[in-house]
Design a protein around this ligand. Structure first.
Ligand SMILES: [Zn+2]
Length: 498
């Protein structure tokens, strides 16, 4: 099965296969580590995770490179304000970023490349650009890319850049102008700023050159796929293409995938609107990491996702349905042979095979996660009905487990691993003076450890055996107040946190 993925460069769905017949070489723009990641950032990383996991599920080996931008204007400014070296300043945000990825169960790329560890490669690229007349130095010692040296500029974003003003320059890392300008490749050192002594002068790299240099370092001059958020298409990705192709005269990346922005309650997320959320904000409100993952991946990457709290609740319920079903599937008694149960066997095996095929086909069609979910949930409905009627037969379980395994290879929400991210977020809130932001239910639930719950549940079992129902009830109530629910079953009492 081959993935057909929309390619921004060609403007159509193209098959995504490793061009060297071995591994798919892909580059994903990583975070600039000056703050905690917000859910818009994580939507992009999660959708790239969907891509990664689906490629692996279809047997495509990967070489996925992601950069960490650990030097830029904002980092230098913020570090200076706090009187820290940039490495000291970014350390906490690099750690937080990977902790957040772990909470969301985003797989790590094969290569993680930090900008500050690749300065010589960037300098070499500027030298090569100067040699072909595509880079020039200005009076203060900074280097700029000469846009007029690359007539194809704009081919990715399809912008009409006919009004390019020759020699007009921009020296900041980010700009959102429709008119393109010569952009900084290398910024001369200003007094007190972090800088490197190099053959092209003392200074530091511009943001765009980092990605060109590191992508080519690990993936070669021409590779299969480049991904990032839609906000990076122009000018960042356009600039990466210009810098790389001016030197190599080869197609930098054949395929470009851009993940769309999300809205929050129908509006652009911003701090001033009061609808700006980091992952940690949501965990402290009591939402589970798995629900956040599910909500952020369930809308396909090319569609705008309108993030709402109702959407998070829907994701929470969907996961609950999956987990409850999985437990039931593992504990249900099946009769061996055909035609057992009241009305004989339901056609569940065929249904499971069809659900799995439909699921794979939906993902192979431009990673349509919404369409992929549907047949799995239909299968769950059908299987529950068959179990209720005693029509669940031997062989059904294996076929359904196979479909669920394919589902979870990408969605990864069935096994309950939500405790750790929440506990980590609580520890972080405590350290950083944010306990006031913790939802009251979560605070109550955090006040009791797993060991304490186990002890109380055991005590309740003993009380029940002694027929001391008053004490058993009292324990149940106490746990409920702390957000712990007890479920009695034939195998004994089980508990879970709300
Ligand atoms: Zn980049």
């Amino acid at each position: 099965m081959t993935l057909r993925l929309f390619n921004t460069l060609s403007g159509q769905l193209d098959e995504l296969v490793p061009s060297d017949g071995k591994a798919l070489r892909m580059y994903a723009c990583g975070p600039t580590v000056y703050d905690y990641g917000h859910i818009g950032n994580f939507r992009t990383f999660l959708q790239i995770d969907v891509l990664r996991r689906f490629l692996k599920l279809t047997g495509v080996p990967l070489r996925h490179v992601m950069n960490i931008t650990d030097v830029d204007d904002k980092i230098i400014r913020n570090a200076a304000e706090r009187g820290l070296a940039i490495g000291e300043y970014t350390k906490q945000y690099v750690a937080a970023f990977f902790e957040d990825l772990d909470s969301l169960r985003v797989e790590r790329p094969e290569v993680i490349a930090r900008a500050t560890e690749h300065i010589p490669r960037m300098v070499e690229l500027v030298e090569k650009l100067a040699a072909v007349g595509a880079a020039y130095k200005v009076d203060d010692g900074s280097w700029y890319f000469r846009l007029s040296a690359f007539p194809e500029y704009g081919k990715l974003s399809k912008k009409d850049l006919s009004g390019i003003e020759d020699g007009a320059r921009v020296d900041v890392d980010e700009y959102e102008k429709d008119s393109a300008r010569d952009f900084a490749l290398w910024k001369a050192a200003k007094p007190g700023e972090t800088s490197w002594e190099t053959p092209i002068g003392r200074g530091r790299p511009g943001w765009h050159i980092e990605c060109s240099a590191m992508a080519m370092e690990y993936l070669g001059e021409s590779f299969d796929l480049h991904t990032g958020g839609e906000d990076l298409m122009f000018p960042h990705h356009e600039n990466e293409i210009a810098q790389s192709e001016s030197v190599t005269h080869k197609t930098f990346a054949r395929h470009w995938m851009h993940v769309r922005f999300l809205l929050v309650d129908g509006r652009k997320m911003s701090k001033s609107e009061g609808n700006f959320y980091t992952l940690r904000d949501l965990l402290l409100k009591g939402y589970r990491a798995s629900a956040i993952r599910m909500a952020l991946i369930s809308v396909p990457y090319r569609h705008q996702l309108n993030f709402t709290f109702e959407g998070l609740t829907e994701a929470t319920n969907a996961i609950e349905r999956l987990r409850t079903f999985h437990q039931r599937l593992m504990s249900v008694t099946v009769s061996s042979g055909k035609n057992v149960g009241a009305g004989g066997c339901s056609p569940l095996q065929e249904l499971a095979e069809k659900a799995q095929a439909d699921y794979m086909a939906a993902l192979a069609n431009d990673l349509n996660t919404a369409e992929a979910r549907a047949p799995i949930f239909e299968l769950i409905r059908a299987a529950n009905t068959a179990m209720d009627r005693g029509e669940f037969c031997a062989g059904d379980r294996d076929a359904i487990l196979k479909a669920l395994a394919s589902f979870d290879a990408v969605f990864d929400v069935i096994e309950n691993r939500d405790g750790e991210p929440t506990q980590r977020a609580l520890a972080w809130a405590e350290q950083s003076g944010r306990m006031a932001d913790v939802a009251p239910e979560l605070r109550a639930s955090a006040s009791i450890s797993d060991d304490e719950i186990n002890a109380l549940v055991a005590e309740r079992d003993v009380a029940k055996k002694r027929r001391d129902f008053a004490r058993a009830d009292q324990i149940r109530k106490q746990l409920a107040e702390q957000g712990v629910i007890i479920e009695d079953s034939k195998e004994g009492a089980r508990w879970k946190r709300k």
